[in-house]
Design a binder for this molecule. Sequence first.
Ligand SMILES: [Zn+2]
Length: 52
Amino acid sequence: MNEWASRLESSVEFYQKLPDKTCQECGKHMDEQCESYETTCASCTEKLQLAE
Ligand SMILES: [Zn+2]
């Protein structure tokens, strides 16, 4: 295996180790990378904000 292929495999392995991000409220899968700090999906975040 050459160096390039080795690096590519390491990169793929890194991304596969990232856990699936799911909403803590409804368990829906979240893919909003720009809001990675959020633990709830957009609709649940909105509901929680309205509840306060
Ligand atoms: Zn949710």
